[in-house]
Design a protein. Structure first.
Ligand SMILES: Nc1nc2c(c(=O)[nH]1)N[C@H]1C(S)=C(S)[C@@H](COP(=O)(O)OP(=O)(O)OC[C@H]3O[C@@H](n4cnc5c(=O)[nH]c(N)nc54)[C@H](O)[C@@H]3O)O[C@H]1N2
Ligand SMILES: Nc1nc2c(c(=O)[nH]1)N[C@H]1C(S)=C(S)[C@@H](COP(=O)(O)OP(=O)(O)OC[C@H]3O[C@@H](n4cnc5c(=O)[nH]c(N)nc54)[C@H](O)[C@@H]3O)O[C@H]1N2
Ligand SMILES: [Mo]
Length: 765
């Protein structure tokens, strides 16, 4: 039996206070301004924040929540998280050649993500040569040639992996996927594979398009908003403003979550006086404190109860006309949910039947329902089935393609949805590849490429040997840290296009490159003209983004420029693609996008509109469902509750209030009452009693998996917290070593970051 173990840094100042029951308000304003001013200096911070999410400014990189229409924007259209993201990028410190001379890889390996993020912006292209102990400076030209030499030396293009994180602009994403396919591979994994892939799969199968069906106005106008598996107070704070408007318009909110997150309970809007004074808006009218992964059972029970109401009073709940005209599979679904076993539902959800009935009553009396969800749903083994169940209930009530109603998966990275639209997808459909081939005169590869999990396996097994990361922090974001790290170390070349130092620069292939890039806040004068880029938000709205701050170093190049230079060095004039021309004028890329990407016709002109344009979405626009059957599909899924062995707990891994994914801004989680530390496990009083453990005890976490490997993460402090019995929570990425690479969601292959079976042992350290 193998054991994987991670070291446990000590956190002597860790302090725990009671959790908060409201989000935002004055502390949020203070926190955002102080971090910005500290890292950027006061003037630069003021200039940066003033341009955030404004019509002629840059798009906030902290999440994909949409901006209000131009006439409804505040002068300060940002939140605490956005301000932190701007401050982190606007850092006045620099990690240049002297830094890397002073810190060899052996030293950097011992550092935390928090420390690495505090070393400042990357300024120079750097190389770690085969056998080298340090990164050293390298010229841009030599760096590009080095990548080209490796790529052109591979036996097959499929031995290269081109990863993308969701911050990349549409233009950079488009040329990147073009480069990968012109080179010869569909190996285009992205952060979506770890994030909303289950949504994309579940929605594409049932409504024919893997994107949400609402606009911001729909959220404002809904009379019931359901929020499943999401912590908006921390991860999408601007969503709270939309919820506040909806509440004022009379909406009710149901929140479904194992944790009573502050941002689901109450919002003190810092943009208005009553919010600042702490007299905020109550949010959830009904809170369902569900057990981990109980959602599939819950939604089948809701379907069951709604059908019973419909039987008792025909026409009161079901939208018969919609069902008849636009859907298939209704009868089979009805037969399935009629039989739902109450005891099974109660056991799987941990809720009382009365609580579920109350929720069903709220559904039955609502006429416009918006349903939002995020990682608490997508990162489970049964995620795709759960999302299909969301669709079933929405179809029953005809809640797709009508004002004030619809499905609202809330995306994470600010342009993760746009990247997918631009072809960052290991399984792009033939229609997209056909259009690409016609536009550029070559035959794109057709075989599906590697997703994120398969990419790690391919590297591990020696089937891939070059890894290029366009942003992100693949090593820390992926599960099974030890396996992922060994996989990356076995590569011949790893390349990271980045703004700041992270673990993926330290865990490298034999040769490694850091290619430093402009961030979204910075002026991009590539080709001697002021360039702008475009992005797409969670509601399919596309708009321009333009940075104004001076670049962190004169050596920085834009992502578009870097990708085009890599392609030019690797492919030269193979296929006659004008890489250099693309980098000189991004309008020439947009012109190509307009002919390849559906819905982007006249792209150059459309993005010049104030506020941009919205991509077509057939179910939303005309109740047309482009599935293989030509209609929306009801699906039947068995409730597959997993039995957890005695003494074991289900661990979910989530974000603190002071982090952006693997970027750790600070060591506090204000709303949950954690200060100066991150190695904590939230656990119920009932579990503490049953396990004979006390709040404050330090334990080691051990996960067990069918491969016989024991995975460990040591030294976590127990924190008694309101969470269902059997369900515990801890932060990512510290807990990623516990998640087996093969523990993935069915169909979407997304790592089950919210479902890890663990046991606890008294700390050994
Ligand atoms: N400030 C900040 N903003 C961010 C990010 C960030 O790290 N920091 N990350 C961005 C990215 S990439 C993403 S994807 C989003 C992530 O946004 P979220 O999805 O809000 O992020 P998580 O912290 O993973 O929170 C998951 C939530 O799901 C709940 N949950 C866990 N398991 C279950 C379950 O089985 N059922 C239900 N119903 N709920 C469950 C958890 O208690 C938690 O409240 O945020 C984006 N925005
Ligand atoms: N256990 C566990 N694991 C998870 C999750 C979880 O909930 N639990 N969530 C998953 C999710 S939802 C996601 S989306 C992934 C995130 O996976 P990634 O997107 O790969 O990771 P990030 O931490 O967002 O990447 C941060 C790095 O991006 C770089 N960067 C920042 N801005 C820019 C830019 O403008 N350009 C470029 N080129 N680089 C930039 C910086 O160097 C920074 O260090 O993690 C996943 N992993
Ligand atoms: Mo994400």
């Amino acid at each position: 039996m193998t054991t994987h173990r991670t070291a446990a840094p000590v956190e002597p100042d860790l302090e725990v206070t009671p959790p908060k029951s409201a989000a935002a308000g004055l502390p949020a304003v203070a926190a955002s301004l102080s971090m910005a001013a500290r890292q950027m200096g006061v003037t630069r911070a003021a200039r940066g924040l003033a341009r955030l999410n404004q019509v002629d400014g840059f798009d906030c990189m902290s999440c994909a929540w949409p901006d209000p229409s131009p006439e409804h924007r505040h002068t300060a259209e940002f939140c605490e998280s956005g301000a932190k993201a701007v401050a982190f990028e606007g850092d006045t410190r620099r990690a240049g050649p002297e830094f890397f001379a002073a810190h060899g890889l052996a030293d950097l390996e011992t550092r935390t993500e928090h420390w690495m993020g505090q070393q400042g912006r990357l300024t120079h292209p750097m190389v770690k040569r085969d056998g080298g102990t340090h990164y050293e400076p390298i010229g841009w030209g030599e760096a590009f040639a080095l990548v080209a030499e490796h790529l052109n030396g591979l036996r097959s293009p499929d031995e290269a992996v081109f990863y993308t994180s969701g911050r990349t602009s549409n233009e950079a994403a488009f040329v990147y996927q073009l480069f990968s396919r012109a080179y010869g591979t569909n190996n285009l994994p992205d952060c979506s594979n770890m994030c909303h892939e289950s949504t994309s799969v579940g929605l594409a199968d049932t409504i024919g398009i893997g994107k949400g069906s609402v606009s911001l106005d729909d959220v404002h106008d809904a009379d019931l908003i359901v929020i499943s598996g999401q912590n908006p107070g921390t991860n999408h704070p601007r969503m709270l403003s939309a919820l506040e408007i909806a509440k004022r318009n009379g909406a009710k909110i149901i929140a479904i979550n194992p944790l009573r997150e502050a941002g689901l309970l109450k919002f003190n809007n810092p943009q208005n006086l009553s919010g600042l004074a702490g007299r905020g808006t109550d949010l959830a009218d009904h809170f369902l404190q569900i057990r981990s992964d109980g959602d599939l059972a819950l939604w089948q029970a809701l379907g069951h109860l709604l059908l019973a109401k419909e039987d008792a009073n025909p026409g009161s709940v079901a939208d018969r006309e919609f069902i008849a005209e636009h859907t298939v599979g209704f009868e089979a679904w009805v037969a399935h949910v009629r039989d739902v076993d109450r005891d099974e539902v109660v056991a799987a959800t941990g809720l009382t039947w009365a609580e579920i009935e109350r929720a069903a009553d709220m559904f039955a009396s609502a006429t416009k329902i918006v349903h939002c969800w995020a990682m608490g749903i997508t990162q489970h083994r049964n995620a795709v089935a759960t999302i299909k169940e969301f669709v079933n209930v929405a179809l029953l009530q005809g809640m797709i393609g009508k004002p004030g109603a619809g499905l609202c998966p809330v995306r994470g990275h600010s342009n993760v949805q746009g990247d997918r639209t631009m072809g960052i997808w290991e399984r792009s459909p033939d229609s997209f590849l056909d259009a690409l081939g016609v536009e550029f005169g070559f035959e794109p590869p057709r075989e599906h490429g590697l997703d994120a999990v398969k990419a790690v396996r391919a590297l591990r097994d020696g089937q891939a040997s070059v890894f290029v990361g366009l942003g992100g922090n693949f090593v820390s974001a992926m599960p099974d840290t030890e396996v992922t790290e060994a996989a990356l170390r076995s590569a011949r070349l790893t390349v990271q296009v980045s703004t700041k130092l992270n673990r993926s620069h330290v865990v490298t292939g034999a040769t490694a490159l850091i290619l430093p890039t402009l961030g979204r806040t910075e002026r991009d004068d590539t080709g001697g003209v002021a360039q702008r880029v475009t992005v797409e938000d969670s509601m399919s709205a596309v708009h321009a983004s333009r940075g104004r701050l001076g670049p962190a170093s004169e050596l920085l190049r834009s992502e578009v420029d870097i990708v085009c230079a890599l392609a030019d060095a690797t492919l030269g004039d193979r296929h006659g693609i004008p890489w250099r021309g693309f980098a000189q004028d991004y309008d020439t890329i947009r012109d190509r996008i307009s002919r390849v990407v559906p819905g982007c016709e006249n792209y150059v002109l459309k993005i010049r509109n104030r506020g941009g344009f919205t991509l077509p979405h057939p179910p939303r626009d005309s109740r047309t469902f482009p599935t293989t059957r030509g209609k929306a599909v009801f699906s039947v899924s068995p409730i597959a509750a997993v039995q957890v062995p005695a003494g074991r707990l289900i661990l979910q891994t989530l974000r603190s209030h002071d982090q952006f994914n693997t970027t750790i801004y600070g060591l506090d989680d204000r709303y949950r009452g954690i200060h100066a530390g991150r190695r904590v496990v939230f656990i119920s009083a009932a579990d503490l009693a049953e396990l004979g453990l006390d709040d404050g005890r330090i334990v080691d976490l051990v996960s067990e998996w069918e491969d016989g490997v024991t995975r460990r993460a040591d030294g976590f402090r127990l924190v008694e917290y309101s969470t269902p019995k059997g369900c515990v929570a801890a932060y990512y990425p510290e807990t990623n070593p516990l998640i087996p690479l093969d523990s993935v969601a069915l169909e979407s292959n997304t790592p089950t970051s919210k479902w890890v079976v663990i046991r606890m042992e008294p700390a050994t350290g």
